[in-house]
Design a protein around this ligand. Structure first.
Ligand code: F0G
Length: 536
């Protein structure tokens, strides 16, 4: 008889104890609201939606442990107790693998032994890792808490850009990635650096839906040949950082293999360029490595996470992706390559800290409330639970499989947080072309008819019309259904599958879309007005 792990389905990992009633909104009401909000998905009131796949960012369900941790929140202005707990949780998660200290228990259990509290939490000195402690964090800060991922990106790029300009005003600088997320790309651009994507060449290859439980080609990998060519064609000095996004959200949420991480690390070391993770969905990525990469089946998720992070010099992260409703951070190795390269006259950590205080708040809360910090620290331990991760990944996989069975052009295999439709294939044989923003038309129709919100990540979001033919080649034409962690069940997925399939059968009726206001705005998909053009 098969064991519980061999059944090919997720073992139930949790159960909802609170439910929220979804409002009974009619199609006519949604049509009215769409018109009044300029057909922009980001402007539509969430309370009027049946199923919201716009983002998995900050939209997940908190666990009972997180809710209870909120009560331990300490709202002191400086050095609230959650700060120490969070730093310890980060050391545990990214550095200690199977040997976490779990010092959070001291706070949650109301430890009264002052010596123990001081020795194990409040008066400790750490150095040499991603999170200095005590005096080392004061003299060489390397851990920066911020409200969300893009704040960490802003902090990093706006601090290094002037240093680079100072070094050589004429030089063009590039930051390569296996797939920059839109805010990362925009933050790099805004600081006069050029972001480049090196997607894996096999990204859009076909993959049989019935093999998703058997193998995975790690389509999120970075094209390492292209990376090395760039370094050789430009110069080492022109590449301040190399980034790997795990999982690769822009490339259909695909995972990155440990061997790819190692290869990129080798190149980074060879040329002495710091390597960073955009680590938002590190836990999902680790699960794919465990499930599909040779040599990792019997390793634990924490030990895989530890190994992944041993290859990078630093990382930016949004903790909103399935961990907490708010939170982000920037971390780099104490006295590592990044620290050495950018600490020219002043310590780079001190510069970053000054900017953090100027823009987000004192370093021990970084724009978060003490409650948020405690909920976040708690979730770092729960995020890596094997059954809970597997539940999440299998939900995404089942959603993709159901769509594929119905004939929809889903990017396969499914990634860890979202299902993506290939809209070029979706519109094959219709009169919708790339510049018609058919993907946006599809999201408008899905919301209008069925009350489901999805997100175009294609020519509209990545500004196809503003780019040169060469730049356009790097733009994929996708619509994404992101699944917030622990929010939806089978009925939500089944309703969505039925609705998406119905629209697919009626794709010749999907409107082209015009930008009616704000086409030139930066990050315009959050702000423009749109107009669908219905054919009578
Ligand atoms: N990096 C990646 C890979 C992301 O997916 C995101 C956010 C960020 C950075 C920025 O983090 O939102 O906390 O500022 N992605 C969300 C999404 C918004 O819907 O995929 P943030």
């Amino acid at each position: 008889m098969k064991s519980q792990n061999e059944l090919g389905v997720a073992i139930p990992a949790n159960k909802p104890l609170v439910v929220r009633t979804i409002k009974e909104v009619t199609k006519e009401q949604r049509e009215y609201a769409l018109k009044k909000t300029e057909y922009n998905m980001f402007s539509f009131p969430a309370d009027l939606i049946f199923v919201d796949f716009l983002s998995d960012s900050g939209s997940g369900t908190m666990t009972d442990l997180q809710w209870s941790a909120l009560f331990h929140g300490d709202e002191s202005y400086a050095r609230n107790k959650g700060y120490y707990v969070l730093l310890e949780a980060i050391r545990d998660t990214f550095e200690r693998g199977d040997k976490p200290k779990h010092s959070i228990d001291l706070v949650l259990s109301g430890e009264t032994n002052i010596k123990k509290l001081m020795d194990e939490l409040y008066i400790t000195d750490y150095q040499g890792g991603f999170v200095n402690g005590g005096v080392s964090q004061l003299s060489r800060p390397n851990a920066f808490i911020v409200p969300q991922g893009r704040c960490a990106e802003h902090l990093l790029f706006s601090t290094i850009a002037p240093i680079l300009k100072e070094r050589n005003r004429e030089e063009e600088y590039f930051i390569p990635n296996n797939g920059h997320f839109d805010t990362t790309e925009a933050n790099i651009n805004a600081n006069g650096i050029i972001p480049i994507n090196f997607f894996s060449a096999n990204l859009l290859d076909d993959f049989p839906y019935d093999e998703m439980n058997i193998r995975n080609p790690f389509k999120g990998n970075m094209d390492v040949k292209a990376l090395e060519t760039l370094i050789q064609e430009k110069s080492v000095e022109s590449i301040p950082l190399i980034y790997i996004t795990i999982t690769n959200n822009t490339a259909a949420g695909q995972p990155v293999s440990m061997s790819n991480i190692k290869e990129v690390n080798k190149i980074a070391k060879k040329y002495n360029i710091p390597l960073f993770f955009d680590a938002c969905r590190f836990a999902e990525n680790a699960n794919f490595i465990k499930e599909f990469e040779n040599g990792y089946k019997n390793k634990t998720i924490p030990s895989i996470v530890r190994e992944m992070f041993s290859y990078v010099d630093g990382f930016t992260i949004s903790f909103k992706k399935g961990m907490a409703n708010i939170g982000g951070g920037l971390f780099f190795k104490d006295r590592g390559m990044f620290h050495q390269k950018f600490s020219v006259e002043d310590d780079i950590g001190i510069k970053l800290k000054e900017k953090q205080i100027l823009t987000f708040g004192n370093d021990s809360y970084g724009g978060l409330s003490g409650r948020d910090i405690m909920a976040l620290a708690t979730s770092l331990y729960e995020t890596i639970h094997q059954n809970s991760l597997r539940k999440r990944i299998m939900q995404v996989r089942n959603f993709a499989q159901k769509l594929a069975i119905n004939g929809l052009p889903v990017i396969l295999p499914a990634g860890g947080h979202a299902v993506y439709l290939n809209m070029d294939k979706f519109f094959e044989g219709t009169n919708i072309k790339t510049g018609d923003f058919g993907g946006v038309g599809f999201t408008i129709e899905l919301l209008r008819h069925y009350g489901i919100r999805a997100c175009e990540l294609g020519p509209f979001a990545f500004e196809w019309d503003k780019k040169t033919p060469e730049q356009r080649e790097g733009i994929l034409n996708l619509v994404r259904f992101a699944i917030p962690r622990n929010l939806y069940g089978n009925e939500h997925i089944d309703y969505a599958v039925a609705a998406i399939t119905e629209l697919y059968y009626n794709r010749d009726k999907i409107p082209k879309v015009k930008i009616s206001r704000g086409a030139k705005l930066r990050l315009r998909h959050f702000q423009t007005g749109l107009q669908p053009i219905y054919i009578k």
